[in-house]
Design a protein around this ligand. Structure first.
Ligand code: HEC
Length: 197
């Protein structure tokens, strides 16, 4: 039996593709046998598995809590407590007696305006006339103008209002630090004066 040149060529082509298929099959088997759920031998295991404590997981203290509450009466660094309480009497007391600790060189109306526009303008309006965007869009009612004679706001009453909020207005004590609150107070007084003129 004679094999023609064409047949010979055909056979070697078939062999070549068989080898290709085998190579692919071997690689596939080798890769798919690498099980990701069972880790390989770890050379330095403590680099992968640290011995840190879980913040809330371990009962390191008697009460079973890892993260502790601050001791009673502790004051956060840089935080000056406001002695006047959150009540109508407290409001009246603040209105009468509390003054800004900032002197004229420390007042920074640009900074006050910046903070005011971020936190207050949306309700009270850029001019403090009670016409903020939320009012214009009828999302909130009862925003007073700062020159409301019946309210006759003072530095102390503004500070009390920022610190505790007032009725529908929430507290801004957590958004503004001590000094920032007073900068906003100065700016609100400036708006009030502008409205009255
Ligand atoms: C979500 C809307 C809203 C925002 C934001 C807001 N307020 Fe008010 N504010 C009110 C409302 C409502 C009242 C009226 C409260 C009342 O007397 O019933 C009020 C009242 C006031 C008064 C008058 C309080 C008084 O003595 O009668 C001052 C001053 C004031 N806000 C300052 C601020 C300042 C400063 C900010 C930003 C730090 C601010 N407000 C942010 C809603 C807002």
């Amino acid at each position: 039996m004679r094999i023609t040149f064409e047949q010979k060529n055909n056979i070697s082509l078939q062999m070549k593709s068989l080898i290709k298929i085998l190579v692919v099959a071997v690689v596939f088997v080798a890769v798919s046998c690498n099980k990701s759920t069972a880790p390989n031998y770890q050379f330095m295991p403590n680099m992968y598995e640290s011995v840190g404590y879980e913040t809330y997981g371990e009962a390191a203290f008697k009460d079973g809590l890892e993260a502790q509450l601050p001791a009673e009466g502790s004051v956060a660094r840089g935080h000056i407590p406001f002695d006047i309480e959150n009540s109508t009497e407290g409001y009246a007391l603040a209105k009468e007696t509390v003054m800004s600790p900032l002197d004229s060189t420390q007042v920074d109306l640009n900074r006050g305006k910046e903070l005011y526009d971020i936190y207050c303008g949306i309700c009270h309006g850029g001019k403090g006339d009670g016409q903020g965007n939320l009012v214009k869009r009828e999302k909130i009612l009862g925003i007073p103008s700062y020159d409301d004679a019946g309210r006759a706001i003072t530095a102390g009453s503004i500070y009390h209002t920022i610190y505790y909020g007032k009725n529908a207005m929430g507290s801004y004590a957590n958004q503004l630090q001590e000094e920032e609150r007073w900068q906003v107070v100065s700016y609100v007084l400036q708006l009030k004066a502008d409205l009255e003129n």
